[in-house]
Ligand binder design. Structure first.
Ligand code: T4K
Length: 367
């Protein structure tokens, strides 16, 4: 491959389409602090995603930290080791102890059947992740949360636009957090959002992301600066006009990979989790024991051919130094997650990826 092919490449609309937005910002001189584009994008995303209330953020990590603050979560929170490190970091930033629970081998999402055994008197919440945009077993998780009076905050960083039979997956739990990072299906360069069910919670979140301000001279909480700027919000409005087209292209790439890899022994393409509308955010394969070379050898083989797949999520969060001393981080507590982290490889998937590239990647894997 002459040009490097990365695991993802952000979608960027034609530059000239962005100019009118910039002209507006230059004319009215409102750059941030909940300006007109910020307000428009919040409404446009509520409409597009089919959710009631959404607060924009500068990124998903600050949004996760703020979500925990909004619900005044303390003590211990049950979460997954099989995610990007930001999930558990948001707990440490709030002085909360993460308690890792293993994942379901089919979806690699938090396994609800293992949650109850990890609940202690200090447990206050569950933070599951819709990994790769595949929904968690939301009903089973909610049942446990109701039984034990726990809050549920979904890290939905990968789940933009995903729907189950009842509508947006973002409606589940107490709060959900989206990421609009450059590597996500919908990007605002950097960005994120908290989805919440009622206007009162949205008001608290809006205060928390603006230093705790509840008015010009009133501060009601030790808030942070998590506001999305006007330039990011304007870009989001433009991106929304292209989102259906980019999701359709991802769907085609997903189908092409599946077709080309279906008979390759030892390669398992992760299936959906039964969602009605998928977003094809990632294309994870598992390199199993009967594949001729190891996952890392395949990763290197692709690299040698200028193809940069990624081992999301290896190492597990629980393997990093700030987590590995926790009793719940031990390998024998997380056998499924540990195996998945040894086997997974995320192949390139993004709207501009050409069929010829997919064929080359599949051929290299099949050889
Ligand atoms: N929760 C979950 C479950 C998440 O996955 C994430 C983020 C978060 C929370 C936190 O969300 P944010 O606070 O970021 O909104 C990337 C992303 O930086 C990160 O956002 C993402 N998850 C994670 C899964 O992946 P890296 O370190 O792998 O990114 P990087 O820079 O190596 O990018 C991957 C490839 O993408 C590059 O090889 C080339 C391409 N790329 C990347 C960027 C940034 C581009 O072509 N253009 C770009 O601007 O973490």
């Amino acid at each position: 491959m002459a040009q490097p092919i990365y695991v993802t490449q952000p979608y960027l609309p034609p530059l000239e389409e962005f100019t009118p937005y910039l002209e507006k910002i230059w004319a009215n001189k409102i750059l941030t602090n909940g300006g007109p584009f910020h307000q428009q994008l919040e409404q446009a995303l509520c409409d597009y995603l089919g959710v009631k209330h959404l607060a924009l953020f500068t990124n998903a990590t600050i949004a996760l930290i703020t979500a925990l603050q909004a619900l005044r979560i303390t003590g211990e929170v049950i979460t997954t080791p099989y995610s990007f490190v930001a999930t558990a970091h948001s707990l440490l930033w709030n002085g909360i102890k993460p308690v890792f629970v293993d994942v379901d081998p089919r979806t690699l999402n938090l396994d609800p059947s293992k949650i109850e055994a990890a609940i202690t008197p200090q447990t206050t919440a569950i933070m599951p992740v819709h990994v790769y945009g595949h929904p968690c077993d939301v009903e089973a998780i909610q049942k446990i949360a109701d039984n034990y009076n726990l809050r549920v905050i979904y890290d939905a960083a990968h789940a933009f636009g995903v729907q189950d039979a009842g509508g947006s997956v973002l409606r589940h739990g107490d709060l959900s957090v989206l990421s609009f990072h450059a590597t996500k299906v919908f990007n605002t360069f950097e960005g994120g959002a908290i989805i919440c069910p009622d206007a009162k919670t949205k008001m608290r979140i809006d205060q928390l992301k603006n230093f705790g301000h509840a008015g010009e001279i009133t501060v009601v909480a030790p808030g942070i600066n998590g506001k999305m700027s006007e330039i990011n919000a304007a870009f989001g409005l433009l991106q929304l006009q292209h989102i259906d087209q980019t999701l359709a292209l991802r769907k085609e790439i997903d189908a092409t990979y599946r077709e080309l890899l279906k008979d390759v022994k030892g390669i398992h393409c992760l299936q959906d989790a039964g969602e009605k509308v998928a977003n094809y955010a990632y294309f994870p394969i598992l390199v199993e024991a009967d594949y001729p070379i190891s996952r890392d050898e395949l990763y290197q083989k692709l690299r040698d051919n200028n193809i940069y797949s990624r081992r999301y999520f290896y190492p597990l969060i629980s393997e990093f130094p700030m987590y590995r001393g926790l009793p719940s981080a031990q390998r024998d507590n997380l056998p499924v997650a540990f195996d998945a982290a040894q086997q997974v490889l995320c192949l390139p998937i993004y709207p501009a990826l050409e069929v010829a590239h997919i064929e080359t990647i599949a051929r290299l894997i099949a050889q």
